[in-house]
Write a protein that binds this ligand. Sequence first.
Ligand code: GTP
Ligand code: MG
Length: 229
Amino acid sequence: ALVRRVLFVTGAISMAGCPPADRGEAVFIGRSNVGKSSLVNMVTNRKSLAYTSKRPGKTQQFNYFAVNDKPGREKEIKFGDVVEGEKDLDSFYIVDLPGFGFAKVPDQQRKEWADFMRDFLANRRTLKVVFHLVDGRHGPIDEDATIMKQVGESLPKNVAYVVVLTKADKNAKGPAKKKLGKVSIDVLNTLRETMRENKVGNAPIIVTSAETKLGRDDIWRYLRIAAEA
Ligand code: GTP
Ligand code: MG
């Protein structure tokens, strides 16, 4: 897709630490280790823009990345993904969040992130899209249901909410099948049920793999909403 440049802007730990609300934003939320940072890299065509780790608890702040920002910013990182003749996207922010549900993060820290996330989902004016990542192998955990409930109750109705099943390559054996990805019917049924119970039953579900780039275009269909805001 049309990523001309992307740069890290800041890591926020409260609403006051977010950059000025001057453009659309798309946010990636979900449990620790579900693949949020990997998906940010996948959709922006970068290997290590957002730091990832095998160990949960890697991302510790609300990390803001500016896509297609105007040139001239200090930390600007350029990379070649210009598609000749295609219309450039306007600038928008991708926000990579810390994960929830990871026991080794101190209680106080977890509470601060949870409070910030609640505030953010309800009150960030320029928020346009929420990608809620759920592990494609295991389906939703308790905290996922809590997030859905929050979304159902307090996410403004004009914000798109999208459920993303991650790591679909891990369920499939062999390179060709990995490319297609796989999610079990049980996981899909449980997910649908949890979504319905929490009044977000109509949200779209996207199946992805950061490894094989499965679902990239589907994610971009919604990122465009933030870009065109
Ligand atoms: P926190 O920052 O701790 O909340 O985690 P996160 O949700 O940002 O997860 P991260 O992107 O760091 O990925 C966690 C681990 O899962 C890393 O070892 C990734 O390489 C791996 N991973 C992420 N996405 C995929 C995927 O689509 N397929 C496979 N096979 N591995 C993946
Ligand atoms: Mg992360």
